[in-house]
Design a protein around this ligand. Structure first.
Ligand code: 2NL
Length: 346
């Protein structure tokens, strides 16, 4: 082995390695070439083993060439690694690109059913007057649904409320939330300020203003010295909170078997403001609820002495409240659950 031979071998190794590095298509391959040529057991080291057979004065020359080859290969590998890494990153950026200008996919938003929403709005107003929401069963016995409310088995009022009976003798689907008020009176010592929103059932032909299943919100106040003036003041404030502070209201005589006296409560027509239009039947007024002073017989059935305690009660349909406010004319829309209707109450 002489100087020319050994340096020839070193340059040949450099050229082979450089073309292998140039041909490498991924960084792992470059790492392999680094080990193969420059590693401790690599080809460059193997060639340098021949240095021992050279005369001492030639050895520095070979060392310098070997160094030159090593530096050339290291530089080529470093550059290749950088170029391949950049290309790889560019590919990933292209593949994983997110178009931040693309429109979002909307998530459909749920909303309360307008009947439920109306009940919550009514409850929120009466809460400001100290009324507390109670719940009561939808299946009731005949006595609590009718008799205790002063509706005798042969009372003509029972014709109005043709009832859905369940197949347990003496039980029925409540025709109003009033039996809940009986439960409240029997379980809560006065003063009572109770609000009972809930589902009621009547066996009725369905038309634009009647369904067989509907909601009712009833209120009851019982205390010593509760008067009609308290009822009138409360309902007037309710109407102003619900329909507008400037709205006029009026009370008319009415009839319910469980109140005496009984009233119908009207607000000035929300469409014509009292002038008279088709929406209010040209009267200028819209009826929003019925009410009255709790009948002494009903107070007694609730376990209270009418000589000590007096009370008033009122009842309304939450759908009717919403219909008046939004000019809706068909009650059936609240039961059909057509999204084209429901989505108008976001
Ligand atoms: C209406 C009228 C009303 C009552 C409900 C009631 C309950 C008890 C005693 C006395 Cl325990 N009264 N409730 C009173 C008057 C009217 O509802 O048109 N509701 C939709």
């Amino acid at each position: 082995m002489d100087l020319a031979n050994l340096s020839g071998e070193l340059y040949a190794l450099r050229d082979t390695a450089l073309s292998a590095i140039a041909a490498a298509s991924d960084p792992a391959r470059l790492e392999g070439l680094q080990v193969q040529y420059l590693g401790k057991k690599g080809e460059l080291t193997a060639v340098l083993r021949g240095i021992g057979g050279l005369p001492a004065e030639d050895r520095p020359r070979v060392g310098a060439i070997a160094n030159e080859v090593r530096i050339a290969l290291e530089a080529a590998i470093a550059e290749g690694t950088e170029v391949l890494g950049r290309a790889q990153l560019a590919t990933r950026l292209r593949a994983e690109a997110v178009d931040v200008t693309a429109p979002g996919r909307p998530i459909r938003r749920g909303a309360l059913h307008p009947s439920i929403e109306a009940m919550q709005e009514i409850a929120a107003i009466f809460a400001q007057f100290g009324f507390v929401v109670y719940e009561s069963p939808e299946v009731e016995d005949d006595a609590t649904n009718f008799q205790m409310l002063n509706i005798a088995p042969d009372h003509p009022a029972r014709d109005l409320w043709d009832t859905l009976y369940v197949d347990i003798e003496g039980y029925l689907l409540r025709t109003h939330t009033s039996p809940g008020q009986i439960h409240v009176m029997r379980s809560t010592p006065p003063p009572i300020r109770a609000l009972l929103p809930g589902r009621c059932f009547r066996y009725e032909a369905v038309d634009a203003s009647h369904g067989f299943e509907f909601f009712q919100v009833e209120g009851l106040m019982v205390d010593r010295g509760t008067t009609m003036a308290d009822l009138k003041g409360l309902l007037d404030q309710f109407a102003k909170a619900m329909f507008g502070a400037g709205k006029r209201t009026r009370f008319r005589p009415g009839y319910y078997p469980f109140t005496e006296p009984s009233v119908a409560f009207d607000v000035e027509c929300l469409v014509c403001g009292g002038g008279g239009c088709p929406a209010c039947g040209r009267s200028g007024w819209m009826t929003i609820l019925g009410a009255g002073m709790v009948h002494p017989v009903v107070l007694r059935n609730g376990g209270l002495d009418p000589e000590v305690y007096q009370g008033f009660a009122f009842g309304m349909g939450p759908e009717r409240i919403k219909m008046l406010r939004h000019g809706i004319t068909d009650l059936r829309l609240f039961m059909e659950n057509d999204l084209r209707f429901l989505e108008q109450f976001p």
